[in-house]
Each structure stands twice: as C-alpha cells, then as structure tokens.
Ligand binder design. Structure first.
Ligand SMILES: Nc1ccn([C@@H]2O[C@H](COP(=O)(O)OP(=O)(O)OP(=O)(O)O)[C@@H](O)[C@H]2O)c(=O)n1
Ligand SMILES: C[C@](O)(CO)[C@H](O)COP(=O)(O)O
Length: 380
C-alpha cells in the first residue's frame, strides 16, 4: 500500500512520569523516547508522511528530513486534531496515530496495522487483561469479569477522511481515537498487541520499557540438533519429508527422517524444551511409522507458545549414500513449505565422512541441524 501517513502525538506534559520535563524528551536506551517512534515510522517503506505533534520538540534533536512538526493541543485529542489538520492528502489515505510515550514500535506492527486496514475501517493493537479485575461499589469489592476486555495500544490506524469525520462528529476529549470510530458503527478491528508498546506513564515505566525493548529481550535463540538412524532392508529413505530411492531404508519407530528429527531437536533446544524423545517417546504406539512432519510442526507450535518463531535453519545430512544433492532442492522446498518459511531461509547440505566411521561404512545416516528463532512479534 503506497502513501501511508503517520502522526505521533508528543504534546503532553508527562506529569505522572514525574520527571523535570515531558517524558517524550527523556533518554531511553541511548535515544530520546520520541525519537524511537520517529525512527520506526521513517524506516518503514510504506510510510511516506510523518507529522510530529509537539510545539517544543523541533530542533531538540534530529533533524528528521521529511517530517512536519505542528503544535500540540491542550488535550491528547486536540493534539490528534492538530496532526490531522496538517495532512493534505486524499481522504482514503491510511493514517496511523501513535503516542510518543510508546517507544517500542516495531516494523512488523506498522505492517500488520496497514495490512489489517485493507478490510477494516479502524485497527488497533490490543492485549488481553492478565490480572483479576475488581471494582469498589458502596465500599464493597466486586469482581469484574475480564473476558472480552482488552488493553488497547497505539498506533491506531484509520483512513484519513473517516477519522477526521468521526472526530468532527464527536464532542470533547476521547480516551483514544478508536472511540471516535466506534460511535460511527464503523468496522473496528483489534490485532494482537505487543508488550513492548507499553506506555510510559509512571516513573517505573521507564525501566520497564527499557527492559522490554533492550536487545536482550529481542535476542534470537539458537538451537542445535543431531540424529542417527541405522539402515535396514528396504528400498528408500525419507529425508526432509522426501522419499529418496536407496538400497536400504532407515530403521526407526517413526519414519526415521533423521534430518527432520535433528531439526525438531534444534527448535526444541532453542527454547530449552528438552528433546524429541521427551515429546514423542518411542514407547508410544501413536508415533509408530509416524510422519516426522508431525514432530516438526509440534516443535514449531511449542516454540510459538514460548513466544518464538523459526527464522532460518541449516541442515547437514551425513552419509556416503544415497547421494543427497539431486534431492536437495526438493528437501529444502518441503521443509520451507512445512515451516512457512521462504526458501532462502532453509539450507540443506550433505557431506560424507570420507569412508570413516559408521556413516563411512554405510551403516546408517546422521544429520545435524541448527535453527535460529526470533521473538514471534519481531519481523522474521
Ligand atoms: N495535550 C496532550 C496530551 C498528551 N499528548 C500525548 O498523548 C500521548 C499519551 O498521553 P499521556 O501518556 O497521558 O501523556 P501526558 O499527557 O504527557 O501524561 P500526563 O497525563 O501524565 O501528563 C503522549 O505521547 C502525549 O505526549 C499530546 O500529544 N497532547
Ligand atoms: C491513547 C491511549 O494510549 C490508548 O491506550 C490511552 O488511552 C491514552 O491514555 P492517557 O490517559 O492519555 O495516557
């Protein structure tokens, strides 16, 4: 989608944050809080108009070429109105409205909001409520059901004409910009939020957000796997889900796909979830002759539950025969397809051991794999 605009509201005083000046000009991980969001929008290939709503910020740092600066209003909603007034673009232009106080904005979040706007009138990131909720009524505590409640973050995405009209039709200050659209009966969609978008509101939020955004929190994980299967009489081996004709087959409880078993172990290793034997014990009849795609997909699911997604993998098959090279591209394609990865992120290699050891004596096949996993909310 071309021509996307973004507005960062940075006109607040940051009273609750308890610093000498507005929180958006405080340092965080080596940059001003506001600078993080400016950089995020400027880096995104689809965003080509950026308005920063802050009367006092311009010239404090930067420069940020192509960025317009306008004055803030007395309330957040008024600051949003000022930002919208500065955009001279067609009414159908997508516009993302974002709090400067939420510096942990990722490229993937911007992309997800823009994509969701293709089929909705308004989109925002939101997280579930993890704690029990209580309210006090007449001096007595009561429990509030938390099902169907969300913590809504920014950026919030709209079409320029629609959000302008919705704000024009609404009175006073709103808790957020989505509220203006909800009142119009528009199609409002929530997409999964991001803990790193936590808003800096109170003094302790500076440390919390720094921890969430620090490279350590976003660090990739690496796992390594190794597997061996012996030959027994048969006419083909299965490697990376591909049947390769051979004068023997691999012996095993499942389909004995040593390459995918090594990869499964690499993924489980990256998230410290034990090994393939822990999850699929050979003593379990369910896995007899099982397709190893099941193991690989379950490892991916388990890693996802830990907040990680595989971003690339490298498999090495070790054997004298069969020759792997003629089947290598099919093995890569099958693996990439199963894992939902681009082909360029999947490597399959093969080597011999120069006649040495059990693979050299053609007694079986060994396979090694390395998998790189990144936090699932990061671009892969
Ligand atoms: N008149 C205002 C008030 C708020 N904001 C912006 O709206 C976002 C969310 O507001 P909030 O966290 O409440 O910021 P402050 O109003 O600065 O905080 P406080 O209420 O503690 O003073 C912030 O990026 C803030 O700079 C704004 O642009 N103009
Ligand atoms: C816009 C907002 O960040 C969405 O969660 C939030 O409503 C701002 O609230 P505040 O009281 O102005 O901080």
């Amino acid at each position: 989608m071309s021509q996307v605009a973004a507005i960062i509201v940075a006109g607040g005083k940051g009273i609750r944050a308890g610093r000498a000046g507005p929180k958006q000009y405080e340092s965080l991980l080596g940059r001003k809080v506001l600078e993080w969001s400016i950089e995020a929008f400027l880096q995104h290939p689809d965003v080509d108009h950026l308005v920063v709503v802050s009367g006092t910020g311009q010239g404090k740092f930067g420069p940020f070429p192509g960025t317009s600066w306008v004055s803030g209003g007395d309330s957040r909603t008024q600051s949003v109105r000022n930002g919208l007034a500065a955009l001279d673009l067609p009414p159908e232009t997508p516009v993302l409205i974002h709090d400067a106080a939420r510096p942990g904005l990722s490229q993937s979040m911007i992309s997800a909001l823009i994509a969701a706007l293709e089929t909705a009138d308004a989109v925002a990131p939101a997280l579930p409520v993890p704690d029990a909720l209580k309210t006090e009524r007449n001096g007595k505590l009561e429990t509030v059901p938390r099902e169907g409640l969300f913590r809504v973050q920014t950026p919030q995405a709209f079409r320029l004409g629609a959000i302008r009209a919705a704000l024009d039709a609404s009175n006073g200050d709103l808790v957020d910009d989505l509220a203006a659209m909800e009142a119009t009966g528009a199609k409002v969609e929530l997409i999964p939020g991001d803990e790193r978008l936590h808003k800096i509101t109170y003094p302790e939020d500076f440390d919390l957000v720094a921890k969430l955004m620090s490279p350590a929190a976003a660090a990739p994980r690496v796992g390594k796997g190794f597997d061996v299967h012996a030959f027994e009489p048969g006419d083909h081996v299965t490697l990376c889900g591909v049947a390769i004709p051979h004068s023997a087959k691999l012996k095993g409880h499942s389909d004995a796909d040593a390459a995918w078993h090594a990869l499964t172990d690499a993924i489980l290793g990256a998230v410290a979830l034990g090994d393939i034997g822990d999850h699929f014990p050979p003593s379990d009849e369910r896995w007899k002759n099982a397709d190893s795609a099941i193991f690989l997909q379950e490892a991916i699911r388990l890693a996802g539950a830990e907040g990680y997604a595989v971003s690339s993998c490298d498999i090495t098959v070790i054997c004298e025969a069969p020759k792997v090279k003629p089947h290598r591209e099919a093995m890569r394609s099958r693996t990439a397809e199963l894992m939902g990865l681009p082909l360029s992120a999947v490597s399959v290699k093969a080597t011999t051991t120069e006649g040495l050891g059990f693979t050299g004596r053609r007694e079986g096949i060994a396979a090694e794999a390395i998998a790189v996993l990144v936090p699932s909310n990061q671009p892969r």
